[in-house]
Design a protein around this ligand. Structure first.
Ligand code: 5GP
Length: 207
């Protein structure tokens, strides 16, 4: 009998903060038990409700630098003045367990992953299982309103995030898929469709 064999996928989703990426990705992960978030390391302080080891692995700058020196990161970058990185081990363990890995990382990290997939022979087999998506807000004004509305950050932080957003938006062409998140329901339908199509692109027939 011919059946489809799942091949674990590597997903990268990037968006300026406030574009709705977390809401969309949380829902995708909640509805698909094959998908697991890659838990990143960061040097930023935990926000209210964030749990060490689950939301992020919270590290001091020294501890982060040690891991950089040891070559432990698949990618790492400075975002909004803090360091963020994905441990190789986190991704390897999830893929080895047959899970699809969803990485919520910035445009610099995404560029490093694409580069690694092309130049690191150990990662070459993952090339066909790689999917990246850029989520854009309908406008920078809309983004500003959303950042104010969620009341999470101070004015200076919001100003920094908006400047960074304008910079990040310039990278949308580097991604395989782009979603303009105007209406959340519509955007989620698009995300789920990409997911389904990618499954059928990466899975293999076995008999
Ligand atoms: P936040 O501090 O709001 O959770 O995240 C800020 C930004 O850092 C987001 O754009 C998020 O995608 C990015 N980010 C989170 N984890 C990583 C990571 O491991 N690597 C990179 N390059 N960016 C990350």
């Amino acid at each position: 009998m011919i059946t489809l064999k799942r091949t674990p996928m590597l997903w990268v989703v990037s968006a300026p903060s406030g574009a709705g990426k977390t809401t969309l990705c949380d829902r995708l992960v909640a509805e698909h038990d094959t998908i697991i978030y890659s838990v990143s390391c960061t040097t930023r302080a935990p926000r209210a409700g964030e749990i060490d080891g689950k939301s992020y692995i919270f590290l001091t700058e020294d501890a982060f630098a040690e891991r950089v020196a040891a070559g432990a990161f698949l990618e790492h970058a400075q975002v909004h003045g803090n360091y963020y990185g994905t441990l190789k081990e986190t991704v390897q363990d999830a893929l080895a367990a047959g899970r699809d890995v969803l990485m919520d990382i910035d445009v610099q990290g995404a560029a490093q992953i694409r580069h690694a997939l092309q130049h690191d022979p150990a990662l070459a087999p993952l090339q066909s299982a790689y999917v990246d998506i850029f989520i854009a807000p309908p406008s920078l004004h809309d983004l500003q309103l959303r950042l104010w509305g969620r009341g999470q950050d101070e004015e200076a932080v919001i100003t920094k995030r908006l400047a960074k957003a304008a910079e990040e938006l310039r990278h949308w062409r580097d991604y395989q898929y782009v979603i303009v998140n105007d209406r959340l329901e519509d955007s989620y339908r698009v995300l789920r469709s990409i997911w389904r199509a990618a499954c059928h692109r990466t899975h293999r027939l076995v008999d």
